[in-house]
Each structure stands twice: as structure tokens, then as C-alpha cells.
Design a protein. Structure first.
Ligand code: GLV
Ligand code: GLV
Length: 324
């Protein structure tokens, strides 16, 4: 790590960023980019943030009181390159005097698209069929071969009707689905879907899709009891955060037929996946690809950079996270 002897602010990027984002950061400070093709360890993170005025983080970076102890009092912003920010101790960062920003909006469509990809791959057995073809096993078309479930006139239950939940609802409506959501009563009225209680959503939905943030209230929201409430024919899709679902309970529910199938993009202990899930044919497993398009990742990094530029120039952050 080079010692910065100038008065330019030190900006730390914990992973490499697209050039367009780095160029914006370099207009306001000296940028240190981690040379590693992996997340920094907690001690490396501590060393990296020491003396930093701004830190651009990934969802795999945990910024908590321990890491902040190494940060200087000059730290002004932690800009997360993700819409979710459960990896950041927002209160501790605020106490340190820095603002937290995330990247809402720019990844809504990409994440909603991936949600539909998992939904279709699961209900129409695309990934399972791919494994079958690659295995070289004999197969022939017949009227009962590898039948799946259609979406027309089926009910989608959206847990968390934010930008992404609404974008998923719009797509599902185009597939002929009826949509319900479990948003709080005081939330914005929603033309496409009907608000219902969580129990009713779980009991009546053919597909349940999770789009809420991970908080102490939503951790294991979908546990063994919730899975028992779902229809045996139902599918669960999670493109939000792994720990909203009790992964061990889900593996059990999928193997015993409590529910029919699942599509997961996120896991409780990424990049580890519960071993019980990896052996099941009725779950589609994606490696956290929700926002993974070239354009979306560039826009996320640029928004994170723009937040840094705004704060270092003394302006308000563009997409600040409110302190709970
Ligand atoms: C990705 O998971 C994000 O929160 O942006
Ligand atoms: C995504 O853009 C969200 O805020 O839900």
C-alpha cells in the first residue's frame, strides 16, 4: 500500500471497479484499488480503510465497529456497490461521522429479470433438463416427459413490494399471473397487486418471491413454519438475501415435498451453499447474479462513485441510506 503524502483525499475501492467509475473517483482523490481478485479479509479491510476519506464497498465486505476502529476520523462516506446494505453497520458508521450510500434503482430491472429466469427455470425444469442432456442419459419426447408447471392464472406472492418487487410483479402479470403482496398497509397503493397478510400470501400463492431487505425482522422470515404454510405445489424464489430464508429448513422442505421447488440466487453464508440443496433436482441454484449484467454493474459502480464525488465535494449524497 502506498503512503499518500499529498492532501488529496484517499479513496479506497475494496475490489476493482469499471474504468468509468474509477475515472469519476480520480477527479476528487487518490484511488487505491485492492489488487486482490477476492474480498479483503477483515484485517486487510482495516488496513485499507486506515486514512481513507471514502470507501467503496462490495456486499461481501463487512464494515462493523471492529473495522471502523482502524478508520480515521476523516472517513466521510462508505459507498456500498449494492442496493442491500446488511453488510454495513449503518449505526456504527453514522457514529463515526460518515454517511452510507447504496445503489437503488439502477439494478431493479436486471434483478427482476433474473427473478423471472429462476422462476421459469424452476417451474419448467430447464436446469434439470440441461443436466439430463449433458449426462448423456437416454431420453425421448413423450406426452408425460419432464412436465413442469405453467404460470398462467397462477398466483405470485411478492414479499417486499419495493422497486424490485414491483418490477417482478409487472413481468409476472405479462405471464398471466395474479399477484398479491405482503407489504405493510401504509405502503404506497399498488395497482398490479393486492395486499394480503403474510400467512394468506404463503397459503394461497403458487410462487412466493422474496424481495425484502435482510434486517433483524426479516432474518429467517421463511422458516420451517412458513414453509409448512405453503402449498405442496408451490415454488419459492429468493433473489434478495439468503438469510431471509432458513436454508436448512428449505433443504428439508424441498427433499420431503413440503413445497415443490425453489430458485435461489442468494445464500445464508455466501459463497457456501447448504450441502442438502446441492444434491436436489427441484432447486435452481444461481451464484448471486441478480444485478450481473455489464450495463447494470457499470451503473452501480458509477452511482457509488457519484455518491463519493458528491460527499467529497460537500454536497448531499445522491442515494443515502437512512440511519435506523
Ligand atoms: C445485490 O445483491 C445488491 O444488493 O445489490
Ligand atoms: C431496487 O432498486 C430497490 O430499491 O428495491
Amino acid at each position: 500500500m502506498t503512503i499518500d503524502n499529498t492532501l488529496r483525499p484517499r479513496i479506497v475501492a475494496t475490489r476493482t471497479l469499471p474504468d468509468t467509475a474509477l475515472a469519476r473517483l480520480r477527479t476528487v482523490g487518490d484511488v487505491w484499488v485492492s489488487p486482490h481478485d477476492r474480498p479483503l479479509s477483515p484485517s486487510e479491510l482495516g488496513r485499507a480503510v486506515a486514512g481513507a476519506t471514502a470507501v467503496v464497498t462490495m456486499l461481501s465486505d463487512r464494515i462493523d465497529a471492529a473495522v471502523l476502529a482502524a478508520a480515521s476520523s476523516g472517513l466521510r462516506i462508505v459507498a456500498n456497490t449494492a442496493v442491500g446494505y446488511d453488510n454495513l453497520d449503518v449505526r456504527a458508521i453514522a457514529r463515526h461521522g460518515a454517511v452510507v450510500t447504496n445503489t437503488p434503482g439502477v439494478l431493479t430491472d436486471a434483478t427482476a429479470d433474473l427473478t423471472l429466469a429462476l422462476l421459469l427455470a424452476g417451474t419448467r425444469r430447464v436446469a434439470e433438463g440441461d443436466r439430463l442432456v449433458r449426462s448423456g442419459a437416454a431420453w425421448t419426447w413423450d406426452v408425460s416427459f419432464m412436465l413442469g408447471t405453467g404460470l398462467q392464472d397462477k398466483r405470485l406472492g411478492v414479499i417486499g413490494m419495493g422497486h424490485i418487487g414491483r418490477a417482478v410483479a409487472r413481468r409476472a402479470a405479462a405471464f398471466g399471473m395474479e399477484i398479491v403482496n405482503s407489504s405493510r398497509r401504509d405502503s404506497r397503493p399498488e395497482a398490479l397487486s393486492l395486499p394480503v397478510g403474510l400467512d394468506e400470501l404463503l397459503e394461497t400463492s403458487d410462487v412466493v418471491s422474496v424481495h425484502c431487505p435482510l434486517t433483524s425482522q426479516t432474518r429467517h422470515l421463511i422458516d420451517a413454519v412458513a414453509l409448512e404454510h405453503m402449498k405442496p405445489s408451490a415454488f419459492l424464489i429468493n433473489t434478495a438475501r439468503g438469510a431471509v430464508v432458513d436454508e436448512a429448513a428449505l433443504a428439508q422442505a424441498l427433499s420431503t415435498g413440503t413445497i415443490a421447488g425453489a430458485g435461489l440466487d442468494v445464500y445464508e453464508n455466501e459463497p457456501d451453499v447448504h450441502p442438502g440443496l446441492r444434491t436436489l433436482d427441484n432447486v435452481v441454484l444461481a451464484p448471486h447474479l441478480g444485478s450481473a449484467t455489464v450495463g447494470t454493474r457499470a451503473r452501480m459502480a458509477e452511482l457509488a462513485a457519484d455518491n463519493v464525488v458528491a460527499v467529497l465535494c460537500g454536497r448531499d449524497a445522491i442515494t443515502p441510506v437512512s440511519v435506523p
